[in-house]
Design a protein around this ligand. Structure first.
Ligand SMILES: Cc1cc2nc3c(=O)[nH]c(=O)nc-3n(C[C@H](O)[C@H](O)[C@H](O)COP(=O)(O)OP(=O)(O)OC[C@H]3O[C@@H](n4cnc5c(N)ncnc54)[C@H](O)[C@@H]3O)c2cc1C
Length: 581
């Protein structure tokens, strides 16, 4: 992490907890700070349970902690010798740019902010204003590997998540071997490794597309909740009409076909004709790059839009992009006992006056959306180091994010606003604004946008830390997002909501076309479950039935081929070992 963005409550690299000192692992779990790849390989081989971590900017203990005792080790990537120079102000030793290929290769533990700053300053005859990423997230102080492991995203139908912008990565698997994976070297492993939630191994570096840092006009308008829902209904219907019958069918009764129609739909897994994709682009383009800050208690939104003034893609090029396939202490050296770090407390007065706090956030954040023409790096909104420090150390909060299929976006937000402003008055459980963003369909097996374009909605609970009580108003809204009218919307892999909103998580139902393909990648790279973390039994389960007999297959791994799950021979099946009732 950039030192100036740090505060003293952050647990890593000494304590295994998140950036506010919450979601702590068992104190006996070992923390690995290997200095080089050899030491890292030794640790991976020595411990039966291993998990990579970046800087703890996430909210899911069970998938963050490698295990529950001293036979488990979390590996911190920021302390590797190949990463450290970046946090010591020498990023040129950890990031390399290829101006011909328009890519940057960056060590796993380098933060997105450091990468963006380096690219901005990388000024050459070919690009006098430097470079940037085509689309990046609002929050940029996470590691680049942590970001791609969880499909971290900003708002872009064209360029999609950071995972989607990758061109290759290097991963250490359970045997300690290093593999270079690209979309062409192994398309199956690529779709698994480009969003892996840390389940496949330790990402060591990534190669990501870059663009020139050209001028972008940022504009902002205030809109009402009603205008927002109406515009989403229009987007939903235009999208369904353009995407074709498969998407329209899937948005009726939820997942009646097990979601197959959704996954095959236009804008989906490369199954569309260029004409259909041009139609899809025309339907969604007024929302491309749009970010909406929804001040829920104040009942109004900022609609922030961006216009690239030079070097933008033409409509035909954008449509093509939409259709394209994405691409020391008795422990081994580098292993340490954890140190205890205090957690952030709670903000005075945040438990009352929701509208006052909503207006305060509006005031604080207004500096981030001032309309004007700026280089792309500044125009697309991201939180500053100072804001990060202030917000993180002031008040404990949990951030949740859900991915609503675009074919349900309008109906879903209609149901959510009824819950918020109807008799139950759920808006009282909100303080900071919701952030609404849009992403095209992606190809990574575990991308929440796999199979269909999505509307991401990011919301924060600032109340439950105050007295330890559940923020019932907030959780009721989450339940609407997780109900059929909204998809159910998939949960972000790096945020809160697990396991309470994913009880008996059924991967075959949530990711019907791709869950077992990811399982096959796990079978190949991690046969003993080294990277399964605490979430092992809750989440990382695969079952299959034989397509011809309908009988359950004893070992779902027997359905795997070198190109993934054999969908002709086997059917990916729901788990039977757990029931929500
Ligand atoms: C304030 C805040 C705002 C955020 N805003 C956004 C946003 O705008 N958009 C968005 O999409 N997300 C956002 N996030 C989520 C964040 O990008 C992810 O949670 C990200 O994973 C955090 O990165 P990290 O380096 O801190 O990883 P950690 O929290 O340390 O780890 C998170 C997950 O990534 C895996 N991981 C980390 N490093 C590696 C590696 N080298 N190899 C394999 N797996 C690895 C871990 O195993 C774990 O499962 C935000 C988070 C915070 C705290």
């Amino acid at each position: 992490m950039d030192p100036s963005a740090q505060h003293s409550f952050c647990g890593l690299p000494y304590e295994l907890s998140n950036f506010q000192g919450h979601f702590k692992c068992e104190p006996s779990v070992i923390v690995g700070r290997p200095s080089d790849r050899q030491q890292l390989a030794n640790l991976v081989k020595a411990y039966p349970k291993v998990k990579a971590v970046g800087v703890g900017h996430s909210w899911w203990r069970q998938n963050f902690c490698s295990g529950v005792n001293s036979s488990a080790i979390n590996i911190v990537t920021t302390e590797l010798a190949e990463t450290l120079p970046a946090s010591q102000g020498k990023p040129e030793r950890t990031i390399s740019v290829d101006e011909e290929a328009m890519t940057a290769t960056v060590a796993a533990g380098v933060t997105q902010r450091t990468l963006l700053r380096f690219l901005d300053n990388y000024r050459t005859a070919k690009s006098p204003d430097g470079y940037t990423l085509a689309a990046f997230s609002w929050f940029i102080d996470q590691t680049i590997a942590g970001a791609v492991a969880t499909a971290t995203h900003g708002s872009s139908f064209k360029h999609a998540s950071l995972s989607h912008q990758l061109r290759g990565l290097t991963l250490m698997d359970a045997s300690g071997s290093i593999r270079s994976i690209t979309p062409s070297s192994d398309p199956h492993l690529w779709r698994a490794a480009s969003v892996s939630a840390g389940r496949l191994g330790i990402i060591l570096d990534v190669t990501i597309s870059i663009v020139k840092n050209t001028a972008v006009r940022r504009s902002k308008e205030d809109i009402s909740t009603e205008e927002f829902v109406t515009s989403l209904q229009r987007l939903q219907e235009d999208y369904k009409a353009a995407a074709g019958p498969a998407v329209a069918a899937s948005s009726g009764a939820a997942n009646q076909d097990g979601g197959n129609a959704t996954a095959a739909a236009a804008g989906g897994l490369g199954s569309i004709s260029p004409l259909a994709s041009y139609a899809v682009w025309q339907a969604v383009k007024s929302f491309d790059e749009v970010q909406l800050f929804w001040f829920i208690p104040s009942r109004m939104l900022w609609r922030v839009t961006f216009e690239r003034l030079t070097d933008g893609l033409s409509d035909e090029e954008a449509a093509k992009v939409m259709a394209a396939d994405g691409p020391s202490n008795g422990l081994p050296e580098g292993a340490h006992a954890q140190m205890k770090v205090n957690a952030v407390g709670t903000g005075i007065g945040i438990d009352v006056a929701p509208t006052y706090w909503s207006d305060q956030y509006r005031l604080y954040l207004s500096i981030n959306v001032v309309p004007g023409v700026y280089p792309a790096r500044e125009s697309y909104v991201s939180i500053s180091e100072m804001e990060n420090k202030l917000y993180a150390a002031w008040n404990s909060y949990d951030q949740y994010e859900v991915a609503v299929p675009l074919s349900k976006a309008g109906d879903c937000l209609g149901a959510v606003t009824k819950e918020l402003y109807g008799p139950a008055q759920r808006w009282r459980g909100f303080r900071s604004p919701a952030l609404v963003r849009f992403i095209r369909a992606e190809h990574s097996y575990l991308s929440p946008a796999v199979g269909e374009a999505v509307m991401y909605v990011n919301i924060e609970d600032h109340l439950s830390y105050i007295n330890g009580n559940t923020n019932e108003d907030f959780q009721a809204v989450l339940r609407v997002f997780r109900s059929p009218v909204c998809g159910p919307a998939r949960l972000h892999w790096g945020k809160a909501g697990w396991p309470q909103h994913a009880q008996c998580f059924d991967g075959a139902a949530e990711y019907p076309k791709t869950w077992c393909d990811f399982g096959c990648a796990v079978h190949q790279l991690d046969p003993t479950g080294k990277f399964s973390a605490e979430a092992d039994r809750d989440i990382w389960q695969w079952s299959a039935t034989d397509s011809s007999t309908g009988q359950r297959v004893a070992d779902a791994g027997s359905c795997c081929s070198s190109s993934g799950f054999d969908h002709a021979r086997c059917k990916c099946a729901s788990r039977t070992d757990c029931s929500k009732e």
